[in-house]
Ligand binder design. Structure first.
Ligand code: HAM
Length: 418
């Protein structure tokens, strides 16, 4: 006997029992984001490897260790997208979208791939819902995105989270700071974890958000990025925070927050939740004013975020624990004999044609089997048709949540108020 095939670790199925929550999340994003003026964009899962190494940064962990890169049959190096922003920017430049719309607000959703060690909330194929605003350097745009994430979470009934925000300044300010930081850290290099020792040389900023308490302790007298920022950068950050306050979005200033991707300037933020364990960040983003030109377009300021769907789903499960899922308005038809079954089939189709959810077993079975399926169906009512109902054309309708029964004329059934 051949062995049973298994999924690749870290690449999970969404089973029918899970997808209601996924759909709820996706619909909430579509509805809310379009209310804010964002439209959907879809880009390929597979892109030229150079897009990510140039876009995300050669020195980043994602590019160094986590990309699914392979040579295709034509001999080209291609990569499964580890995030959404680089592909969106590639498409934005390639399609000359700036000419048509100097200010462009888009959102996207779909799978991303990173070769990470799988654990709770960390997968190799995961999903993101993200949004990007192109063509404005106004801090109002940064705030709008952050507020949109906060409102999205409220819409989903999630309130157990923290928003951390930092101001990374512009590249020139950060470069001076990075050199200072590097010099300082080099003097005590051996006190840091082995990963940080490597980071001190390659990407010193990343030492700031190392999770190791020892490294964090060693950083207590490290220079602070904030004191290297010029007036314009400070002003930008101040407006973002002011807008958040006006919208009632709570935040914490986190001067150690640096993001794992190299393209950020000024605003950087992360949404975290203690419900998630060690992989606590469930959304992140910031401003990236250099990326469009680095990927061959004309200089265009931009800002965006991405939410990790699997992590959000874990939080939704927590939030929904106490609630029971409401039944779907609709009818499960139950027939007591062959002729009633034929009549029921006709009514199932009538209901469906008039936009009402309806279902029936694909063959006549015992009353018990049909009622079992009715209760499993998630539909709100069962319609029972037997000889008497068939003749009178008045059906027995049972509310599956309360058990109450009523009699209803057949022609009213397909006009259920939705
Ligand atoms: P990121 O912080 O790398 O940012 O990813 C965003 C979110 O994706 C994370 O907060 C996390 O929830 C989720 N995520 C990342 N890796 C995994 C994984 N291995 N398993 C499960 N979830 C994961 C970006 O990707 C940027 N493109 C965000 C952005 C958009 N910045 C500007 N615009």
């Amino acid at each position: 006997m051949s062995s049973r095939l298994q999924n690749i670790p870290g690449m999970n199925d969404a089973l029918p029992a899970d997808t209601a929550l996924w759909q709820k999340m996706e619909r909430a994003a579509q509805t809310l984001f379009s209310r804010y003026g964002f439209r959907e964009m879809r880009t390929p899962l597979l892109e030229d490897t150079a897009l990510f190494s140039r876009g995300i940064g050669e020195a980043t962990q994602v590019v160094q260790k986590e990309m699914y890169t392979f040579i295709d049959r034509g001999g080209d190096s291609v990569t499964l997208r580890p995030e959404g922003t680089a592909g969106i920017v590639r498409s934005y430049v390639q399609n000359g979208l700036k000419r048509e719309e100097p200010l462009l607000k888009i959102y996207y959703m779909g799978p991303m791939f990173r070769y990470e060690r799988p654990q709770k909330g960390r997968l190799r194929q995961f999903h993101q819902i993200g949004a990007e605003t192109f063509g404005t350097s106004s801090p109002i745009a940064d705030a709008e995105l952050i507020i949109m994430v906060a409102r999205f979470l409220t819409e989903l009934g999630i309130d157990n989270y923290e928003l951390k925000i930092n101001n990374l300044g512009i590249a020139a300010e950060r470069d001076v700071y990075t050199r200072e930081l590097q010099n300082k850290l080099r003097t005590q290099k051996e006190k840091f974890c082995t990963s940080c020792q490597e980071r001190i040389e390659r990407n010193p900023l990343r030492v700031l958000d190392c999770k190791s308490p020892v490294c964090q302790e060693n950083l207590h007298d490290a220079p602070a990025l904030g004191s290297f920022l010029g007036d314009e950068s400070r002003q930008h950050g101040a407006v973002v925070l002011e807008q958040l306050e006006k919208a009632g979005v709570k935040y914490t200033n986190d001067p150690r927050l640096v993001r794992g991707l190299d393209y950020y300037d000024l605003t950087a933020f992360e949404f975290t939740s203690s419900a998630l364990g060690s992989q606590s960040a469930f959304a992140g983003g910031g401003r990236y004013n250099r990326l469009v030109s680095e990927l061959g377009g004309e200089e265009t300021p931009a800002v965006g975020f991405a939410i990790g769907c699997e992590r959000l789903i874990i939080m939704l499960h927590e939030a929904n624990k106490t609630q029971t899922t409401p039944l779907n308005k609709g009818y499960f038809f139950v027939a007591l004999d062959d002729q009633s079954y034929d009549l029921a089939l006709t009514h199932v189709q009538k209901c469906r044609d008039s936009g009402i959810a309806a279902d029936i077993l694909p063959e006549l079975k015992s009353l018990k089997a049909q009622m079992k399926q009715a209760n499993r169906s998630g539909l709100s009512h069962a319609v029972v048709i037997g000889e008497e109902e068939r003749h009178s054309l008045v059906f027995t309708v049972k509310n599956l949540a309360t058990g109450e029964q009523e009699r209803m004329p057949a022609d009213k059934i397909c006009r259920l108020e939705r």
